[in-house]
Design a protein around this ligand. Structure first.
Ligand code: GDP
Length: 462
């Protein structure tokens, strides 16, 4: 990382502010060539993190903006390197000229994520915090924002590191006894190992269990809207899309499935699955309805079972549909539509449930919007938000979950090995494997830590 990278850090569209960003050993020298303070000394002589007003020049020296410049030198910067930032007016043309001037002065174009990658490589951010940066940028609901911000603050890393540290103590003690027999170190007890494994297993179980919620929080809850033709599915689908639309933004280039529509609803990001009836002609619905609905039900983690609220008595197909939904064993909500046509109908949910313990039941008019707030509360109740103490401590992606599960399996194997009477060194191999997996979770290395800990905690080599 001997080179200096530069990039436009804000979207290229006319806006109030646009930011040019630099990192690398030449950052201050490069910015010095393109930026002239209106008062006083050059950026090279300025202290860190002070905003300086001045002129930005293009590669030919012509003034192209009046802007603010700040430098932040290694190691106290975001990337751990010398960095500089130019806060300009958000003109795509001026920013492009400014970037070209930075290139002419010796910087090169930064690759995607390269600033944060440098921060990671320089030990400024562990892997979970690095991922939190991306999660925060892509967060689509307030809950996802809070989770990402908590993770950025190190909440997940602290949980993983806590388990890792206790396992490190264990291994350090074990290796100390084995490798330094002449030192006066307490002998290694199998009981100590067993208790430590049990508590690690418990913590890892709890950590692994957070993935279900973390995943839905970040990726959204696949939600199937099922119901008979003309029940009002499409109308409800559109009403949901219109709801809180402002907070959900389309994100090009992500891995999200494009046949789904995303909508923030009740503070929950819903991925509305495009089921039969949503976009198909009625004929196709009749033909494909059952099969398509079944496939949607399989993928869904929330089902909205839509029934025409004016339907009296319930047709046998409707009752059959509700049974199918119930059998799917997923969280579901009974949604009676067309409330505007069925004033005071009251108990359709109870009728539909046939006396069984009913799913939450709401009556809505997708046409007038009446009852959507109730539906919103029902959705929110099925997917409760994090408490503050949990914010940021959830596993939110497959990489993290895989590492945590690997750690969990290794600990379980170790506990089993101990139960069947294998010697401690066999068990410790499993513990080290668990540590290696946890180390991957946060991106640190293993063996060096164990070595360091031996000398620190047991005063070997005194
Ligand atoms: P789908 O086949 O289940 O997708 O049903 P649609 O959403 O296409 O709705 C079928 C018919 O019911 C259309 O004529 C809609 O305008 C009407 N409809 C849907 N929701 C409501 C509602 O809440 N109130 C009223 N009055 N009509 C509705």
């Amino acid at each position: 990382m001997n080179d200096t990278i530069a990039a436009i850090a804000t979207p290229l569209s006319p806006s109030a502010i646009g930011i040019l960003r630099l990192s690398g050993p030449g950052a201050v020298a490069v910015v010095n060539q393109v930026f002239t303070p209106f008062h006083g000394v050059s950026m090279a002589e300025r202290p860190d993190r002070v905003l300086v007003y001045g002129a930005l020049r293009d590669r030919d020296g012509a003034v192209i903006d009046h802007c603010l410049c700040t430098v932040s030198r290694a190691p106290g910067s975001y990337t751990g390197e010398d960095t500089a930032e130019l806060q300009c007016h958000g003109s795509p043309a001026a920013l492009t000229l400014g970037l070209e001037a930075l290139f002419a002065a010796g910087a090169r174009q930064a690759k995607p994520g390269e600033f944060t990658r440098r921060a990671f490589l320089n030990g400024k951010l562990d892997l979970t915090r690095t991922e939190a940066v991306a999660d925060l940028i892509h967060a689509e609901t307030p809950a996802a924002v809070r989770q990402a911000a908590g993770q950025l603050g190190g909440a997940l890393a602290r949980v993983a590191d806590g388990i890792y540290d206790r396992l490190t103590d264990l291994c350090a003690h074990f290796h100390a006894v084995l490798d330094y027999p002449d030192e006066d170190i307490e002998p290694f007890e199998a009981g100590e190992l067993s208790a430590a494994l049990d508590s690690a297993a418990e913590e890892l179980d709890a950590l692994a269990a957070t993935y279900q919620r973390g995943r839905l929080l970040n990726e959204g809850v696949p939600c199937a809207i099922v119901g008979r033709p003309n029940a009002g599915k499409s109308t409800l689908f559109n009403a949901l899309l219109g709801y809180e639309r402002a907070i959900v933004t389309p994100i090009p280039g992500t891995t999200r499935d494009t046949v789904e529509e995303r909508a923030g609803f009740g503070g929950v990001l819903l991925r509305l699955i495009d089921t039969a009836g949503l976009r198909e002609s009625e004929d196709a619905v009749e033909r494909l309805g059952v099969e398509r609905s079944r496939a949607a039900l399989e993928r869904a983690e929330l089902i909205l079972a839509v029934v025409d609220g004016t339907e009296r008595p319930l047709a046998k197909e409707t009752v059959e549909l509700l049974r199918t939904v119930e059998r799917a064993g997923k969280p579901w909500i009974f949604v009676a539509t067309k409330k505007d046509l069925t004033k005071n109908s009251g108990s359709i949910g109870v009728i539909a449930s046939g006396g069984r313990p009913a799913a939450p039941s709401v009556e809505v008019s997708a046409l007038t919007g009446e009852g959507l707030d109730q539906l919103e509360r029902a959705v929110a109740a099925l997917f409760p938000q994090n408490t503050d103490s949990q914010a940021g401590a959830l596993l939110t992606n497959a990489r993290q979950a895989e590492a945590a599960n690997r750690a969990r399996s290794a600990i379980n194997r170790g506990a089993e090995a101990l139960r069947v009477g294998l010697p401690p060194d066999a068990v410790v191999a499993d513990v080290e494997e668990a540590m290696s997996a946890l180390g991957e979770l946060t991106g640190r290395t293993v063996s060096e830590d164990v070595t360091t800990r031996i000398f620190q905690r047991f005063c070997v080599g005194k």
